[in-house]
Write a protein that binds this ligand. Structure first.
Ligand SMILES: Cc1ncc(COP(=O)(O)O)c(C=O)c1O
Length: 375
């Protein structure tokens, strides 16, 4: 089969998403017109202040919270760091106990490891073969010293959705602040904070067609955080530094668009078409990683049995997707997520994550299937 080498297919929307033209339009307007400092009280500051307030309202509307509960940040990693370190430092208890899971993004794992070096005690909850935590394990892990619980809403590698409502209920019963990293679920699943029952929630702009370098942290009214950046009292004292109106407005616009989930069933149908096509071609030589149902509608993580994921993708430069495991000097190292799920090394080695997005077309999926079938 001849390959059309000019066609490039992007199936890595969990890594990052292209800027939505409607987000770009808002940014263009601001870049050309508004330069004022949103803290200034004169004519140049007022429009910037209005833009910032509108953006905060757009983010808050998506989450069903008050704009006062939104802190703009520099991205998902910063939001996670602010949540974890902010709660820990505010607790004023160096040997405080933190609960999280074995399948979190490094932007949760690494701040937790840092806090462990400062004296915190850490419990990493296990997951089952589909990547889900058991709320009973959380219940058993809680101690009188637990100062925070952080469990991701949906996993970036395999897409498995955690039972957040049940876990948050347990946290609430014990009066422990509950954070969820929703970087991957915004715009794909409902994420209203009162329905989820969470106290803190992370958003990462570039996962929802806003630019990189902007995010937000939802902080429920009454939850105290020590800021990471001290300075003038921006963001109600929770993150010092003159706000980037440009990036905040971009995130606001992206959140407004993300609130419309009506396009999600189309993306899920394309994701399932990809899976069905792979099964038709590879039969038992392809295995699904992650939960069969409780999974992000855009995410398909599969293992090509007997193959190395990186080699499958290297043979198909037209397709942009991710591997689940890293190859170091000829040895394949399972990703911590697949390892925590108990995926056998020889299966995990063949893992590839395909993640679809709003721009994905049926033609792209069919072409990807054709290419994969010939690889
Ligand atoms: C689940 C999850 N959390 C956090 C992040 C980090 O977000 P950012 O790249 O905006 O720092 C990512 C990005 O890959 C992610 O997938």
């Amino acid at each position: 089969m001849r390959r059309n080498t000019t066609q490039r297919i992007y199936l890595d929307y969990n890594a990052s998403t292209p800027l939505d033209p409607r987000v770009a339009a808002v940014m263009r307007e601001i870049m050309e017109q508004d330069f004022g400092n949103p803290s200034s009280t004169h004519w140049a500051g007022a429009p910037a202040q209005d833009r910032l307030a509108a953006a905060r309202r757009q983010v808050a509307d998506l989450l069903g919270c008050s704009p006062r509960e939104i802190v703009f940040t520099g991205g998902g990693s910063e939001s996670n760091n602010l949540a974890l370190k902010g709660l820990y430092f505010d607790s004023d208890r160096p040997n405080a106990h933190i609960i999280t899971t074995r399948v979190e993004h490094p932007a949760i794992v690494e701040p937790c490891r840092f806090l462990e070096r400062l004296g915190a005690r850490l419990t990493l909850l296990p997951v089952d073969g589909s990547g889900r935590v058991d709320p009973d394990d959380l219940r058993r892990a809680v101690t009188a010293d637990t100062v925070l619980i952080s469990i991701m809403h949906a996993n970036n590698e395999v897409g498995t959705i955690q039972p957040i409502e049940d876990c948050a209920r347990i946290a609430r019963e014990h009066g422990i602040p509950f954070h969820t990293d929703a970087a991957q679920s915004i715009g794909k699943l409902p994420t209203r904070v009162d329905d989820l029952g969470v106290d803190l929630l992370t958003i990462a702009g570039h996962k929802l067609h806003a630019p990189k370098g902007v995010g937000a942290l939802y902080v429920r009214e009454g939850i105290e955080l020590e800021p990471l950046i001290h300075g003038a009292g921006h963001e109600r004292g929770r993150r010092a530094g003159t706000e980037s109106v440009l990036l905040a407005a971009a995130l606001g616009q992206a959140c407004e668009l993300a609130g419309d989930l009506s396009g999600v069933p189309r993306i899920q149908a394309l994701r399932d078409r990809l899976w069905t096509g792979l099964v038709e071609h590879f039969g038992e030589r392809v295995v699904l990683n992650g939960h069969p149902d409780e999974r992000l509608p855009n995410t398909l993580n599969v293992s090509f049995v007997g193959r190395i994921g990186a080699e499958v993708l290297a043979a198909l430069p037209e397709i942009a997707a991710s591997t689940g495991s890293a190859c170091h000097s000829g040895r394949v190292e399972l990703s911590p997520v697949l390892a925590a799920m108990g995926v056998a090394p020889e299966i995990g080695a063949g893992a590839v994550r395909f993640s679809l997005g709003r721009p994905t077309t049926a033609e792209e999926i069919d072409t990807a299937l054709r290419l994969l079938g010939g690889a």
